[in-house]
Design a protein around this ligand. Structure first.
Ligand SMILES: [Zn+2]
Ligand SMILES: [Zn+2]
Length: 316
């Protein structure tokens, strides 16, 4: 029989080792715990994903079927906002429903993109020619919050995410910064490709469903004549619809619908005028798995609808 004293010593050594193992294990967990990023909408999540690589977890707050302009937050959404190490959003100009909940979070846990330094904004101009009568329907607003639709802005957002994540997880700071740089370079290639692809359809007139594309339209010099509605939630008035019809009848080639919007009457108007009916998705559906995908898909939609259904064959 072993002495009780020896048993005691063995026992304490064991529990000391157990404690040590537990301690090391918890330290390892802390070191390995990836920052949790919660992006309000998919395009921001796609940008954050480029930066995060495998060293942060990216989640999206809104379902892709939801409107970024208006969304009823659930209790579980509030919890997700509180649990995130970083909440990435555009700003009250887009996701106004997030302004209040985010004001209650510590400032270091929130990154708004709308106010980042150096963002590119579409210039409000008359695209260099005059047609009487279409100004009332095609004037762009200042400060369109769909800022991610200009790839140069995506690069700026990526750098800001890298900087913030680097503060949260300093061990990965260099990794994030590197990813942001590599992403920026891929954006330049994407940008050049889109500029080339879209050049042949620049002068062809179209209407978008909601006024959410001015960053894309202005950057690629496209000829937007009008929007159907300012935000998806607003119903266009009869006067606006009449002006829309007039300008489309005069010089429209295509009218764009959006997924998840009931726009049957607009579609019928477009068909009655002999226009192509296209589909634009500024958020990206399930098949879109990268920011580049999202932008390529948009470019392709413009190309297809404006080029009379034919691919002009600049690329792909
Ligand atoms: Zn929008
Ligand atoms: Zn025009």
């Amino acid at each position: 029989m072993g002495s009780p004293r020896l048993a005691f010593v063995i026992h304490s050594v064991c529990s000391f080792r157990t404690l040590l193992v537990l301690l090391l294990w918890s330290l390892a967990i802390t070191a390995l715990a990836k920052p949790k990023v919660l992006a309000s909408i998919k395009p921001l999540a796609l940008i954050a994903q480029e930066v995060a690589g495998d060293q942060a977890d990216i989640d999206i707050l809104l379902p892709i079927t939801a409107s970024a302009h208006d969304y009823p937050l659930k209790m579980s959404d509030h919890r997700r906002l509180r649990d995130a190490d970083l909440v990435l959003w555009v700003g009250a100009e887009l996701e106004s429903f997030l302004a209040r909940p985010l004001a209650n979070l510590p400032a270091e846990n929130v990154l708004g993109s709308y106010t980042l330094d150096g963002l590119f904004w579409p210039e409000v101009d008359d695209h260099g020619h005059d047609h009487p009568g279409h100004d009332s329907v095609h004037q762009h607003s200042n400060g369109d919050p769909h800022i991610w639709l200009d790839p140069r802005n995506a690069a700026i957002i990526a750098r800001a995410v890298a900087q913030r994540l680097g503060r949260i997880a300093p061990a990965s700071a260099a990794y994030y910064a590197q990813n942001a740089e590599r992403f920026s370079q891929s954006l330049q290639a994407l940008d050049t490709r889109l500029l080339t692809q879209l050049a042949p359809v620049k002068s062809l007139g179209f209407a978008v469903y909601h006024e959410g594309y001015s960053h894309f339209v202005a950057h690629y010099g496209l000829h937007q004549l009008a929007y159907v509605t300012f935000t998806p939630e607003r119903r266009p008035g009869a006067k606006h619809l009449q002006a829309l019809r007039n300008v489309l009848a005069r010089e429209g080639r295509c009218v764009f619908m959006e997924p998840y919007q009931n726009s049957r009457s607009i579609e019928e108007m477009g068909r009655s005028l002999g226009l192509n009916i296209g589909l634009l998705d500024p958020i990206g559906n399930d098949k879109v798995s990268s920011y580049n995908d999202l932008m390529e898909q948009l470019g392709q939609s413009f190309l297809t609808c404006l080029a009379d259904g034919r691919n002009t064959g600049a690329h792909r």
